[in-house]
Design a binder for this molecule. Sequence first.
Ligand SMILES: NC(=O)C1=CN([C@@H]2O[C@H](COP(=O)(O)OP(=O)(O)OC[C@H]3O[C@@H](n4cnc5c(N)ncnc54)[C@H](O)[C@@H]3O)[C@@H](O)[C@H]2O)C=CC1
Ligand SMILES: N[C@@H](CC=O)C(=O)O
Ligand code: NA
Length: 440
Amino acid sequence: MKPIQVGLMGFGTVGTGVFNVLQRNQAEIKRRAGRGIEVSMVSRRNTALAQEVVGDRATVVADARAIIANPDIDIVVELIGGYDLAKELVLEAIAAGKHVVTANKALLAVHGTEIFAAASAKGVMVAFEAAVAGGIPIIKSLREGLTANRIQWIAGIINGTTNFILSEMRDKGLDFEVVLKEAQRLGYAEADPTFDIEGVDAAHKLTLMSAIAFGVPVQFDKAHIEGITKLSSVDIKYAEQLGYRIKLLGITKRTPKGIELRVHPCLIPAKRLIANVEGAMNAVVVNGDAVGTTLYYGKGAGSEPTGSAVIADLVDITRLHTADAAQRVPHLAFQPDAMSDTPVLPMGDVVTSYYLRLRVADEAGVLARVTGILAEAGISIDAVLQREADEVGGEGSTQTDLIILTHDCAEAKMDAAIAQMQALPTVLQSITRIRKEELA
Ligand SMILES: NC(=O)C1=CN([C@@H]2O[C@H](COP(=O)(O)OP(=O)(O)OC[C@H]3O[C@@H](n4cnc5c(N)ncnc54)[C@H](O)[C@@H]3O)[C@@H](O)[C@H]2O)C=CC1
Ligand SMILES: N[C@@H](CC=O)C(=O)O
Ligand code: NA
């Protein structure tokens, strides 16, 4: 049988990974797919650079639409990124009856509802394993491997760039900006790296996992998002002393009132496996009612790891494209007419525990006033640590740090208590609040 024909729109980090792995492993992949998979067209604005990689093995074009217009192309792979052009191209490819593979989580987290509906109406597949946690087969696991379960919660390190930054800062004492540049050089960071460091990229991925886990529409606009730019090395150090690691986590959880959808730095007990995920590695913990807790670990970014996920989708489509569309795995795991309207919880209703750090005047009564406010708010304290003033501000310092770990309380209650503590004249700087998860 003639190999299935693939066109790559975008030929940068991921595109070249897809091309190279397909070339290297083509015989093995064919044995699995039952048919050869051939990249016959690639598009890149700088055609000369693409030509250097593909030689005479594929046609190089500058205009991605030439791929969609080619009747011989069966599967179009969108690896350009961004919202606007990518959306136009994906919708045009679907309208032309092509199956689509994309690594673009930003696109699907924001426009997924429209794109999946268009694909279903046309009877084509839109596959996106590479969009979440790169090479880790997490979409496949959630959508198929765990299909028996009522998923309870998911918590993941799903941005390699920020995990790399946090690891390098902690282990080598390197500066934030220096490590970010290195992450860019290694091809981990997004075209706009603020998406990485402000938690937006993680929220895109979390939105997709949440939809698949709970059978709800993609609702990126409802996600609570905080990145790592406000984290200080002093909090990383105190967390370690208390037996915790700080990680940027994406958390989505089923609660009786709604679904939590939140990305923020988090204290995790150092003994948990996920707390020891370092560098650009990703890890996702999924808790299902039947299976219990499962962990998925691997490279969430980079050329060939992400290429590996794109090729997995190409193989799936190669096997399934002749199947009756109704028999295929639904895009978001649940049948489109069986989606749930469970709301996303406002952050104020999320219940969790906290690490608080208050830079205070080193004088009598400060601790009592602070703990008094928490007690009045009904927030119970798990542990308090007070640093020696000398240790915090050098010899003769008149300032010190109070570190408080709390038990669970609603975020709105904590917001109000923080506002009251912040107003105390003895609280000298903006209070640091980092949420804490046991992930047991
Ligand atoms: N780099 C990584 O590790 C990962 C990237 N992704 C996603 O994969 C997608 C691609 O990312 P990268 O390969 O890293 O980006 P990249 O910037 O390395 O490559 C993008 C490519 O698209 C090309 N391009 C831009 N506009 C074009 C146009 N109008 N026509 C044709 N080509 C055009 C560029 O010339 C470039 O070759 C993005 O959506 C990204 O979020 C997903 C997982 C991991
Ligand atoms: N910028 C992303 C790339 C993969 O999705 C990351 O750092 O994880
Ligand atoms: Na993946």
